[in-house]
Design a binder for this molecule. Structure first.
Ligand code: NAD
Length: 501
């Protein structure tokens, strides 16, 4: 584990050994709450390193695919125990490199633990299908088979949970892995991999290469020895990933951006709705794919909601996530902060009214970090860019509406489809909303964030391409259905022909 005073030089993990990048170059891992703190130096890997990692995964697949799934799962159970034991240290590391407040980074590590236990359990439960054959003395079944070498590219906002969401189902299904985590948060993935190594994952089964997208990520996409790609990140990069996978028909799972909404009906419990919208909008500094960056409020309760919401947003304490007094951390880096400031300017130009916030925080304890005020725009038109485009920062746009149908149209009137929520006490509206909202995830009387690992996670439209992360749905991506017929009649039997006589 890195210490504050002595930045450590970290290495890639290839074929069971910690290995320096061939090019010898490194990327700094810095604390976004205090950019003077250098957490460590991580390899700036290039195509040669990626080739080594892929070759190692390819060789290891020959044996790993034959290890019984319950045995693979035993290793994963041990990894979960190690993660649990080190939860606090890993959470602190994560806050230092990513910025979100400690309770949230504890949650991130816990999510990795949950996913590891969940998928370890699946080691004894990879059920297939057995069906009666249409012919006598013939047995028919479908079983799960591993796919091969899995390439994974992950973002910085859930730097341990998201890699775990991909690694654990891939491992239990018998695949081997080349993982390229985000350049802003390598330490959290390093910690995850170390736990898996100590738990006994065999050499070559899990390989990790650090580095940036074009240098270290792109070569994974193009290599014919990689059988599937799982990507989480922006829609812009997701398109590059999808196009790179298309020529060879590579199985490809994309989890991308969002423009999520909370709908507050006139019969909602307003205290609950305000609390939910604050957590949904400003949790993780708004840097969640499921962040509630839009809140649509019924005109009958609009003024009351806006007043309470803006007042609560204004009160949020912003600062270093390691200080328990702080409720919201910094943006992850300078570029993300600049994006937030750009959208605040766009919102003003578009005529949205600023109710609170709107500025960077850069004096006193904020001077060395990438902090921004919690920002609330009110009286927004749903067609404004701040209501259409993903900002990925602490900016919430509030939109008034007059009827349930109008709210659903506003909710669905974006190109993304990850998460949506409705606050209402009317059971009919609650059920109509879950039917009509065009998102992969719907919440009733809860904010847009809060996914649990044993249920499918993912989105529609420009958020996803039809696959799902987590839950049993993940097994479908990381395994191939193999249908097996055993004919023990000792004669030629022709399906659809002999049984029709
Ligand atoms: P990003 O797209 O910039 O980067 C994601 C990953 O892709 C990183 O590891 C990066 O190095 C890599 N990458 C960049 N260019 C590449 C290229 N040309 N080839 C291969 N790899 C490349 O996203 P980010 O800034 O890390 O994360 C924020 C985005 O992720 C937001 O849009 C957010 O909504 C999305 N996200 C989505 C989900 C989800 O489940 N839907 C979850 C978390 C984050």
């Amino acid at each position: 584990m890195a210490t504050a005073s002595a930045p450590t030089v970290f290495k890639n993990y290839i074929d069971g050994a910690w290995t320096a990048a061939r090019g010898g170059k490194a990327i700094e891992d810095r604390n976004p709450a205090n950019r003077d703190e250098l957490i460590g130096m991580f390899p700036a890997s290039t195509a040669d390193d990626i080739r080594d990692a892929i070759a190692s995964a390819q060789a290891a697949f020959k044996k790993w695919r034959l290890v019984p799934a319950p045995k693979r799962a035993e290793i994963m159970f041990r990894a979960a125990e190690i993660l649990l034991e080190r939860k606090e240290d890993y959470a602190r590391d994560m806050t230092r490199e990513m910025g979100k407040v400690l309770p949230e980074t504890r949650g991130d590590v816990q999510e990795a633990i949950d996913m590891t236990y969940l998928m370890a359990g699946e080691g004894r439960r990879q059920f297939g299908h057995v069906a009666p054959s249409e012919l006598p003395s013939k047995f028919a079944m479908a079983v799960r088979a591993p796919v091969g070498v899995a390439g994974m590219i992950t973002p910085w906002n859930f730097p341990m949970a998201i890699p775990a969401w991909k690694v654990m189902p891939a491992l239990v299904c018998g695949n081997t892995i080349v993982l390229k985590p985000a350049e802003d948060t390598p330490l959290s993935t390093y910690n995850l991999v170390q736990a898996l190594e100590e738990a006994g994952v065999p050499a070559g089964v899990l390989n990790v290469v650090f580095g940036d997208g074009p240098q270290a990520g792109a070569p994974i996409l193009d290599d014919p020895a990689v059988d599937l790609i799982s990507f989480t990140g922006s829609t812009e990069v997701g398109r590059i990933v999808s196009q790179a996978c298309a020529p060879s028909f590579k199985r490809c799972h994309l989890e991308m951006g969002g423009k999520n909404i909370i709908v507050v009906m006139d019969d909602a419990n307003l205290d609950l709705a305000v609390d939910g919208a604050i957590w949904g909008g400003f949790g993780t500094t708004g840097q969640r794919c499921t962040a509630a960056s839009r809140v649509a409020v019924h005109k009958k309760v609009y003024h009351e909601f806006v007043e309470r919401f803006a007042a609560q947003a204004k009160k949020l304490k912003v600062g270093d996530g390691l200080d328990p007094a702080n409720e919201m951390g910094p943006c992850v880096n300078e570029q993300q902060l600049n994006t937030v400031m750009k959208y605040v300017a766009i919102g003003k130009e578009e005529g949205a009214k600023l109710a609170t916030g709107g500025h960077r925080l850069e004096t006193g304890s904020h001077a060395r970090g990438w902090f921004h005020e919690p920002t609330v725009f009110v009286d927004c038109d749903p067609k404004m860019r701040i209501c259409q485009e993903e900002i990925f920062g602490p900016v919430v746009a509030i939109i008034p509406f007059g009827s349930f149908n109008e709210a659903i149209d506003i909710a669905n009137g974006v190109t993304y489809g990850l998460s949506a929520s409705i606050y209402t006490r009317d059971v009919n509206n609650a059920f109509r909303a879950q039917r009509d909202l065009e998102t992969g995830i719907v919440y009733v009387n809860a904010p847009t964030i809060g996914a649990e690992t044993h249920l499918p996670f993912g989105g529609t439209k420009n958020t996803g391409n039809g696959h799902r992360e987590a839950g049993l749905a993940a097994l479908d991506f990381y395994s191939e259905w193999k249908t097996v017929y055993v004919d023990y009649s000792d004669r030629l039997q022709r399906a659809q022909i002999d049984n029709a006589e």
